[in-house]
Design a binder for this molecule. Structure first.
Ligand SMILES: *[C@@H]1O[C@H](CO)[C@@H](O)[C@H](O)[C@H]1NC(C)=O
Ligand SMILES: *[C@@H]1O[C@H](CO)[C@@H](O)[C@H](O)[C@H]1NC(C)=O
Ligand SMILES: [Cu+2]
Length: 186
């Protein structure tokens, strides 16, 4: 799937499995609350490879664990990293894509209570992380979004909304997510 030779795949399995993740702003990382909700195996998988796909994270049927929202990582574990963004503010992202897989990608605001989209996606790529290109476009690893100006009071409460980077590698059939927690300032 990733490594090109038998020797390399053995080596990679033991060392790095990285596929892609957001470097900044800071994203949700699992802690005690995620362990409670999603289980120790899920936390171990995310910690072992923070850039790995959702499909590699076992939730063992934990009823309140939704791996497809923020990798299952709980807001409570990220309370010290909540960003404050103003309407219209430009937010710059840095990503790393050590193992690209071509597919769609977007950045959206998600209502965490319902796991539904707030407004329109802030950024979408029809084709992202195309491993067939000699070089990835710069905007795959450095991009920005503009915060909406029409949310009213929505997303002003701690934990109400999160900003989710979502990427699906079509051939790899792998999904990647990272969540940036934020509140909108009035
Ligand atoms: C973001 O992209 C994924 C993968 O294509 C897709 O499933 C999802 O619906 C998209 N989200 C939005 C809001 O467009
Ligand atoms: C990213 O850059 C490529 C190449 O310059 C361009 O074709 C594409 O439209 C850009 N995508 C976004 C979402 O900005
Ligand atoms: Cu991958």
């Amino acid at each position: 799937m990733h490594a090109s030779t038998f020797l390399a795949s053995t080596f990679f399995a033991a060392t790095t499995l990285a596929h892609g993740n957001i470097v900044s702003p800071p994203v949700r990382l699992p802690g005690a609350v995620t362990q409670q909700v999603c289980g120790a195996n899920a936390v171990a998988a995310i910690t072992a490879d923070p850039s790995g796909p959702l499909e590699n994270i076992p939730s063992n049927g934990a009823p309140d664990c939704n791996i497809f929202m923020c990798k299952g990582v709980q807001f409570e574990d990220n309370q010290n990293n909540v960003q404050a963004f103003a309407p219209g503010e430009q937010v710059n992202f840095a990503a790393e894509l050590p193992i690209p897989h071509e597919g769609p990608c977007n950045v959206s605001i998600v209502d965490t209570a319902t796991n539904t989209l707030v407004g329109q996606p802030l950024l979408s790529f029809a084709s992202y992380a195309d491993e067939n290109l000699a070089q990835l476009p710069l905007n795959n690893t450095q991009f920005s979004v503009n915060m909406p100006t029409n949310l009213g009071t929505q997303c002003q409460q701690l934990g109400e909304c999160t900003m989710q980077w979502f990427w699906f590698g079509t051939n790899a059939q792998q999904t990647y997510e990272n969540c940036v927690d934020f509140v909108m300032t009035a």
